[in-house]
Ligand binder design. Sequence first.
Ligand code: ATP
Ligand code: MG
Length: 313
Amino acid sequence: MNKVLTIGEVLVEIVATTRGNGFLAAQPLVGPFPSGAPAIFIDQVGKLGTPCAIISRVGDDDFGRVNLKRLRADGVDVSGIEIAAGESTGSAFVRYREDGSRAFVYNIRHAACGKLRPTAASEALIESCTHLHVMGSAFSAPELGGMVMDAARRIKAQGGTISFDPNLRPELLDAPGMRAALAAVLAMTDLFMPSGEELFLFDAGRDEPAVIAALLDRGIRTVVVKRGAGGASLFQRGLRVDAKPLAVEEVDPTGAGDTFGGAFLSLWLAGSDPAEALRLANAAGARAVTRLGPMEGTSTRAELDALLSEQKG
Ligand code: ATP
Ligand code: MG
């Protein structure tokens, strides 16, 4: 039986209900919503019934409890989330600008999740899981990056598989050691899920078909390109499948990529037909953007089937 592991930040997100530039004046807010890219991803994996776990760290506070309760309810093994007495759970305040871009105030680096370290529980999970999902953003924090790299090497050596979502803002790319770390992960990757420009991270200056061919040639089994409101595409040796975007009303795009990734991985690991896995992941991403709050739009299989049959009819 497969069991999926991911490692990284768990935090709450608090969202301004007005649009505008940042937080320089008092704002009406809604939240706390459970959040953190790895947490959103693993919540979607859990909702589809795939055994899964996350290694993280929260404070002994309500922001931590909001996350633990949600992840547990959705089927995620939270034994690897350390509860750090006397520390605070990470948080992000977000306000959308009129143009759809986002302004953030973060408390992550100096919060509980910023001091992630191996524990007996996290070691046990690395030994028992058969798949690791890596987020490239992990390598912007050296301790977290080190833990992720160690887990990737061990899970691969145990005969497991690796999925990789670069999930990188361009300003993170030039952090010390970042490119070398990303290249090392890519060399272990079985399933690569970049979005947009991230496809060209390792291969600038060539067009999409050439970059995809090179990735498949180096032994990556499946490449899935996320295209936001443009849908998504899947590539395997000798196979290309495109998913047209579903027509949905975009309320909050945060978390769509992580939700898409969690859904695709669950189906891919279960050996589903690639076109079917893409179709369901495309629906999971579309459904994610219709809900306010980053993790509020993760879906059960029944919810995905309902959205797909609605759009057909
Ligand atoms: P994130 O901001 O979460 O990191 P991402 O860039 O990794 O996002 P996106 O490409 O934005 O990922 O979204 C993932 C998938 O969700 C898309 O490939 C598509 O299938 C679906 N999706 C996203 N936005 C929309 C939309 N507005 N309408 C329909 N489907 C969408
Ligand atoms: Mg992303």
